[in-house]
Design a protein around this ligand. Structure first.
Ligand code: ATP
Ligand code: MN
Ligand code: MN
Length: 308
């Protein structure tokens, strides 16, 4: 590994399977899905999910009392996590703290044993935490926005990015919206990625003011889509493709081919059952060459400013 790889600890070398306790406990009361079914979901989907989270600082949403009860967002490594690694990273204020880092199926399943339902990686690798390797535009429809408008918005984001020379990929969030993701060379300082994402969102809102807003204030969102660029900063996360969500119906964040988007019924179109069925049939990742794409933001920001 590179010399600047932060110290990790907590990785047990034994290969014993992760023990599952309370397998019969109901996690999704509305659909009767048990902890064992969640565990099976993640074991089956590990080959798809692991590449999304491996080597990245990770946050999880843990729901000890199930998805219908209060859950909490955890970013730090805690006692008892033996199969999950810890990566010491600098936080705001200059202190260091141990972040979660999963590199294998045992780490993933141990977090599921700890009642993690959702997995939210950084947009950066643990060995280069100050450099983005992707940009995520999180499309958040306000009240009174019909689904076809969200689809249209995602396509417009794609077209605008393409005009700047950036390829992008789409997934359902498992909630209300869609995420449009552009992979980068892992060398883009956060300041650059963030400035570009912000300027891009502002330019969308300026040219399509009836469709988009780029301000987080809820009062402007009625009938519009908030193009949430705030996922793009050091320490910010977005949900991993193939993660379950802690919401009714056990929905899944699902990557799509752009050509499929028109057939999708909503941000929560895929659930624990249909996601497994879909991916069992899928030979390669719906995002195709995503993992090998390394795009450069050098010049792209200037092109955007030039379009002004
Ligand atoms: P939806 O389509 O319903 O908006 P979403 O996953 O995009 O689903 P958002 O509320 O827009 O949900 O949140 C975007 C991202 O912000 C999440 O995917 C998550 O990674 C991050 N996030 C959510 N809750 C927290 C939290 N409590 N602390 C830090 N980050 C969070
Ligand atoms: Mn969102
Ligand atoms: Mn959002």
């Amino acid at each position: 590994k590179e010399s600047n790889m932060p110290a990790t600890r907590g990785s047990k070398s034994d290969s014993a399977p992760v023990e599952l306790t309370s397998p019969g406990r109901v996690v999704y009361p509305d659909s009767g899905i048990s902890k064992a079914q969640v565990f099976d979901y993640y074991r089956t989907m590990a080959r798809w999910l692991l590449p999304e989270i491996q080597g990245r600082p990770l946050s999880v949403v843990r729901c000890p009392q199930g998805a219908a009860r209060p859950c909490f967002f955890q970013k730090h490594h805690t006692a008892g996590m033996d199969r999950v690694q810890a990566v010491a990273l600098e936080e705001e204020g200059g202190t260091r703290a141990d972040y979660l880092l999963v590199n294998d199926e045992a780490g993933l399943l141990e977090l599921v044993q700890f009642n993690a339902l959702e997995f939210h990686p950084w947009g950066a690798r643990a060995d280069t935490p100050d450099r983005a390797d992707r940009i995520v535009f999180d499309l958040d429809p306000g009240p009174d926005v019909a689904w076809p408008q969200v689809v249209q918005a995602a396509r417009l984001v794609r077209a605008r990015l393409a005009a700047l020379g950036l390829a992008s990929y789409v997934r359902t969030s498992g909630g209300k919206g869609l995420h449009v993701v552009a992979p980068l060379k892992p060398t883009s300082p956060w300041a650059q990625a963030k400035a570009f994402a912000h300027a891009f969102a502002e330019s969308m809102a300026a040219s399509e003011p009836l469709a988009f807003v780029a301000t987080a204030a809820k009062k402007f969102r009625k009938g519009r889509i908030f193009i949430d660029y705030l996922r793009n900063g050091r320490g910010a996360t977005s949900v991993a493709s193939f993660s379950l969500r802690a919401r009714d119906g056990a929905p899944v964040a699902m990557p799509l081919r752009w050509a499929e988007l028109g057939r999708i019924k909503g941000g929560n179109a895929y659930d624990l059952v249909s996601a497994q069925r879909r991916m069992a049939r899928m030979k390669s990742h719906p995002w195709g060459d995503y993992a090998r794409r390394r795009q450069d933001l050098e010049g792209v920001g200037r092109a955007l400013a030039g379009q002004g």
